[in-house]
Design a protein around this ligand. Structure first.
Ligand code: PGA
Length: 248
């Protein structure tokens, strides 16, 4: 059984005051029908971890370097995230691929570093609008999957998030059929490559997930949860998404 995951990506948002919503989440969702994760900016991670200690909520980083330590000004290693209290790390988000030139090979090395540090990597992939409109979406996504997921990935050690770039922060989402098509293909590819272990890797959808579309997205087979940006910043927006996942 794959445990469902509601993951929040705060990106470059939030202050120490914002962390209170994590405490409210932890107080509200105790039994944990689904896993709940918040990835705040790295500067807030240690403080966020104190809010979730001994609760059903986890915290994670938004990226990591593939090396353990060294001369990498501005970077943070997976080991450092783990030491700060993280259980997960997002890698290969399209904003990092675009703004920091991260390739799938680099993303794979980051996911391997995460595994060494006992972090679950959430590996992001997804097509641009141009690729969607020219009918290349599936081919692009499959190539990213192949190149970004480590060869020794096992069921619980990685999560894959399908995030169409054009749906991120835009309020636009693919049709339910389009999401289903991608998730079915990702599942088939993971099973083809990893056998039964590939059937255990969780597949998230991300890109403009909101309280009013979450239930429909979670009803799609092989959608095991969501990676949520804007709507993860406040309890009032994120909570209905977690509840919809619990009920799916
Ligand atoms: P969004 O972001 O929910 O604000 O569209 C999703 C993401 O980038 O992970």
């Amino acid at each position: 059984m794959r445990r469902k995951l509601a993951a929040g990506n705060w990106k470059m948002n939030g202050t120490i005051e914002s962390l209170e919503m994590i405490g409210t989440l932890a107080a509200t969702y105790k039994d944990g029908d689904c896993d709940i994760l918040i990835c705040p900016p790295a500067t807030l991670l240690s403080a966020a971890a104190t809010w979730v200690r001994n609760t059903a909520v986890a915290v994670g980083g938004q990226t990591c370097h593939s090396a353990e330590s060294g001369a990498h000004t501005g970077d943070v290693s997976a080991e450092m995230l783990r030491a700060a209290g993280a259980d997960y790390v997002i890698v290969g988000h399209s904003e990092r691929r675009a703004a920091h030139g991260e390739t799938s090979e680099m993303v794979k090395a980051q996911a391997e570093a995460a595994d060494r540090a006992a972090l679950t990597a959430i590996i992001c992939l997804g097509e641009s609008l141009e690729q969607r409109e020219s009918g290349e979406a599936l081919a692009v996504i499959r190539e990213q999957l192949k190149a970004s997921v480590p060869d020794d990935a096992a069921g619980a050690s990685v999560v894959v998030a399908y995030e169409p770039i054009w749906a991120i922060g835009t309020g636009k989402i693919p049709t339910m059929d389009e999401i289903a098509e991608v998730h079915t293909q990702l599942r088939a590819d993971l099973e083809g490559r990893f056998g039964p272990e590939g059937g255990q890797i969780r597949l998230l959808y991300g890109g403009s997930v909101k309280p009013d579309n979450a239930a429909a997205i979670f009803a799609i087979p092989d959608v095991d949860g969501a990676l949520v940006g804007g709507a993860s910043l406040t309890f009032d927006d994120f909570s209905p998404i977690v509840t919809a996942l619990n009920h799916s």
